[in-house]
Design a protein around this ligand. Structure first.
Ligand code: ADP
Ligand code: MG
Length: 729
């Protein structure tokens, strides 16, 4: 029996599946496993606690002495909790998190006896993993293995409780011996500081008491859930995280009846379990719902300070994968696991806030009369206008290529959705300035439904087709891929925003020096910003063909694939920007491009190998077996003088034969393209050849396999159908 049929049988006999664990009240468990302020109050001297809180607020560096004090308290807490090991938890350029566990105790030899020595606090601050096997994009060759992980005190440490034991996780950055960032976190922290430096002086025009500005992030994580048995019966899913072919079931997402529908019980039990664990780890998960596609779901927390939010997203992805296994399910974070069905993104809701707690993008009741709001709103739009190419490149990956520009996800064209009210306000501001007498009121809604309370409408409608819509009091960067570490997209966004606010401040100050009032200076510079950015605003349907044409007329780029998108990081403009704000120096930036290109090539290469495997060892054998049966049948019918019936079977056999030939030829073409591309020595050129020459050969393979899947006896077919993957649970 094929693994597919075995898998189906296992699902049938699974019954209800695994039960959810006991549900605890949120107030009882939230943050239980986190070294948060409450625990610090208990375990740290007051001065050390203050230093940590101050550093989190202002980004100021903590002294080594304080760090050691904190580490000592942290260790005590972890050991009281029952933890036996600890690890630095860092974010190498693999996109995954990395860890290396050490015991809290180590044996110590002395002249008389072997004793046990407790680990020093300094060990908690700085560790030295062997760095040679992590991608560095050429920043370090294998012989120079030295790399350090250094504790990030701005993100809380936590304890993971597994059946195998309890381990203290200490969030850390990862740098080379020469001090260059080998990870995602160090540049992110630097970009957060760049925002603080550049934005605070502008925030102070309106809020003189504000001493610092932080970025906030609330991500929404989309994902698919499939049964583990079916997952394992699809070698493409388990090897390259997406299905390389598969025919669409009769019922897909056409009726949108899955979206916000009731959550299937088995999935809900899984959600309960991972949410409870997330809450223990201090991840403030709030929202869960079905997404548009069958078997697609979303999870979203309450927003947090950006660095912590990124860590929490990575941690949650890990927790979800672990808990899913307990429920015999698999989580798919790939951006496009199924062709023809919606892909998954990670919407990054992003805003800026002062240390005094003011959301700088909050429009208030009268946005047109709120100069602070207009200043922040306009400058961010202008930043996107100036650096839309970098934003596009910040979300480039082979998986996201399937999503960007496919007619159901953010298009590869970067634009900003403001909503029509905000667009009118900006337009009026540009021509007539601030406080010009015109009233703009938010839309109201007369419901005329008895007993239903009157509702207030948001200032903006929603737009699912925009990569960067304004959604009421924040921007939502929707183009980030579901599998991505959101650090990089956020690092780029922070940096371009910092650059724009820096320039804005310079312009305003120079007008003030010339004798303008502060308000007049701000208004004048903003008017110019609006003029310069109007063409990036688009409030229509981002999926439409008209938008592609319109965007081309407006001169907006539409770069559909990763190797071409990444080109813009290799320009003088990009190098200058990132080094000017101390986020990435030229070598660090180049290294990231190399690492991304390398990953892109490996992804496509692995897909090619996987095509070879599934077509040759699953699809073709099924087809040939079935062909054999047809041949026998045709022969038999002919013997019975049923020539006409024999002919229709022959026709069917011919169709199958043609698809087999198409697959065989497709594999040959794929091999030639792969070999030729692999010969290219220059990395950028190689990636482009993988894109332009190898990737297109996949289409014929997909088509041939789909044809065969639609013609062959279901009992003969070895790989789970989309119908089974998407609907069986
Ligand atoms: P959607 O309707 O787009 O799915 P959700 O309500 O599910 O939106 O998610 C919105 C996300 O935006 C939540 O994570 C929420 O915490 C976050 N958010 C709200 N305000 C801010 C803010 N000021 N900064 C960052 N994120 C925010
Ligand atoms: Mg959303």
């Amino acid at each position: 029996m094929s693994i597919r049929l075995q898998a189906l049988e296992k699902i049938q006999s699974n019954g209800k599946g695994v039960l959810a664990k006991e549900q605890k009240k949120i107030s009882e468990i939230f943050g239980k496993n986190v070294f948060n302020v409450i625990k610090m109050q208990e375990y740290l001297p007051e001065k050390a606690l203050e230093a940590v809180i101050h550093a989190r607020k202002t980004g100021e560096i903590i002294s080594l002495e304080t760090a050691e004090t904190v580490a000592k308290g942290m260790k005590k807490w972890a050991m009281d909790f029952g933890a036996t090991h600890y690890t630095h938890w860092f974010q190498p350029l693999t996109g995954l998190t990395a860890e290396k566990h050490d015991a809290f105790y180590k044996p110590a030899y002395s002249a008389d006896a072997m004793g046990i020595e407790s680990l020093s606090a300094r060990d908690l601050v700085q560790r030295e993993p062997d760095a040679s096997s992590f991608p560095s994009g050429g920043l370090r060759n294998t012989a120079e293995a030295r790399g350090y992980t250094i504790w990030d005190p701005t993100s809380p440490a936590f304890i993971l409780e597994l059946e195998s034991g309890k381990t203290l996780y200490v969030p850390a950055i990862f740098i080379s011996y020469t001090g260059e960032a080998l990870d995602y976190k160090a540049p992110l922290l630097k970009s957060i500081e760049a925002v603080n430096r550049a934005v605070t002086p502008v925030a102070q025009y309106f809020h003189p008491n504000a001493q610092s500005v932080i970025a906030t992030l609330g991500w929404e994580q989309e994902y698919f859930i499939v049964d583990e048995n079916l997952y394992e019966a699809r070698p493409d899913l388990s090897m390259v995280s997406r299905t390389l072919f598969g025919i669409l079931p009769a019922k897909g997402q056409e009726k949108a009846d899955h979206y916000f529908g009731s959550i299937p019980e088995r999935v809900q039990r899984f959600m309960h379990d991972f949410e409870q664990e997330a809450l223990r780890l201090g991840i403030p998960v709030l929202t869960r719902h079905n997404e548009v596609a069958p078997a697609q779901y979303e999870c979203a927390p309450m927003f947090e300070e950006l660095n912590t939010a990124v860590d929490h997203n990575l941690l949650l992805m890990d927790v979800m994968q672990r808990i899913a296994k307990r429920h015999h399910l698999r989580v798919l974070f790939h951006e496009k696991p199924f062709a023809g069905i919606n892909g998954s993104g990670k919407h990054n809701n992003w805003s800026l806030a002062t240390d005094t707690g003011i959301n700088l993008l909050s429009p208030g009741d009268e946005p047109a009369r709120n100069l602070r709001f207009l200043t922040f709103f306009t400058n961010i739009i202008r930043a996107v206008e100036r650096y839309s190419d970098l934003m596009r490149a910040s979300v480039a990956s082979s998986g996201n290529d399937h999503r960007m520009g496919a007619n159901e996800a953010p298009p590869a064209i970067i634009s900003v959705f403001t909503g029509s009210l905000m667009e009118q306000i900006l337009h009026h501001f540009k021509d007539h300035g601030f406080n010009n007498g015109k009233d703009f009121t938010a839309p109201t809604l007369e419901l005329n439904v008895p007993k239903i309370p009157e509702v207030l409408l948001d200032n903006t409608d929603r737009n699912r087709t925009s990569p960067f819509p304004f959604t009421g009091n924040k921007f939502e960067y929707r183009a980030v891929g579901a599998s991505h570490n959101c650090s990089f997209a956020m690092t780029v966004l922070n940096t371009i925003v910092a650059d724009q606010f820096h320039d804005f401040h310079v312009d305003v100050e120079s007008l003030i020096k010339k004798g303008h009032s502060q308000e007049a200076a701000i208004v004048q510079v903003l008017q110019q910003c609006i003029k310069d950015s109007e063409h990036i605003i688009f409030n229509g349907d981002g999926y439409s063909a008209e938008w592609e044409e319109e965007a081309a007329r407006r001169g907006l780029a539409n770069i559909k694939s990763t190797p071409y998108a990444l080109d813009c990081f290799l320009t003088e403009k990009a190098r200058h920007l990132f080094s000017k704000h101390f986020v990435l120096n030229e070598r660090e930036l180049d290294a990231r491009v190399s690492a991304f290109l390398d990953y892109f090539i490996k992804d496509v290469e692995m897909e090619a190998v996987s095509y070879q495997e599934v077509i040759s060892t699953h699809v073709l054998p099924s087809a040939i077996n079935y062909l054999n049966r047809l041949a026998n049948a045709a022969r038999g019918l002919k013997e019975m003088d049923l020539e006409e019936s024999a002919n229709s079977i022959r026709a069917l056999a011919k169709e199958i034969g043609a698809a087999i030939e198409k697959a065989r030829k497709g594999l040959q073409d794929m091999h030639h393209a792969k070999e030729a591309a692999e010969h290219e020595t220059d990395l950028v050129a190689r990636a482009k050849r993988f894109q332009d020459e190898l990737r297109p050969t996949f289409t014929a393979l997909r088509d041939a396999a789909n044809t065969l899947e639609s013609l062959i006896d279901d009992a003969e077919w070895r790989l789970p159908h989309y119908r089974e993957l998407l609907f069986m649970r």
